[in-house]
Design a protein around this ligand. Sequence first.
Ligand code: ADP
Length: 290
Amino acid sequence: RVVVVGSANLDLVVTAPALPRPGETVLGGEFTTVPGGKGANQAVAAARAGGRVSFVGAVGDDDFARPQRDNLVAADVDVSRLRTVPGPSGVALIAVDQHAENLIVVAPGANAALAGLSPEDRAEVARADVLLCQLEIPVETVAEAAATARANGTVVVLNAAPARTLPAAVLSTVDLLVVNEGEAEVLAGRPAEPGDLLDLVPRVVMTLGARGAAYADRDGLRLDVAAPAVTAVDTTAAGDAFTGALAVAWAEGRPVEEAVRWACAAGAVCATRPGASSSLPTRAEIEALS
Ligand code: ADP
């Protein structure tokens, strides 16, 4: 069982022939709404990868909440700990030009209101095998979830995205850190390999895009796992596919190398399809590539 404590957004996406400069208005093309947010995406990724998943998070009391909730339910994610808070939902306003260059403003909305966990939320964390968090909700809430996990034997997997440095109170609770190269550099204060982060946390997985992933732990294990060769179309959400699948493999107690290989396959399948949360692979699709 995997519990995700994290963010949910609705991505409001419009295409445009060219991105506007400050003060400029451009006439765009098609408008779409897509459920997103790293927390919700990774919860859906884990559920599609075959995990039993529950999501602890918040949406607003506006019209943007329903599609987010429906998307989680459609993926079989347990939403009994998804709260509705007064005010707007988290949204990302995204403009994309014909070269796939984008402009994004995220309004955290309800995600910023996820301040503290209820006793029911903490019980959900306590009974899970793996807690999976990211950094799009208040870091104090991540710290509380991780401390609750620690105290109850739930393994803490932290995807330290978006990049930021972390208080010792969070780092000391992490069992497995998942980062890309940019996030690793921010945490280490310089370009870093997985082994360079072992003074912060006991196990590190670093995603390397088309090169796959690298793993290091304090027992001296070092792994380089190549990504399956695929024709990448859109790598949006590949990191979320990777992390969700990794959390499921970890909860199933699979050997490290197998878990990382499986996660790489999930990221690779995701990269072969356009879209974000809609391109997250099923367990059968991951198996077929791993
Ligand atoms: P992020 O978007 O978080 O930086 P990455 O781009 O590193 O994440 O992608 C996450 C994972 O998805 C990679 O570790 C890899 O396994 C897989 N992946 C991403 N891009 C490709 C690609 N072009 N070919 C194969 N696998 C890919």
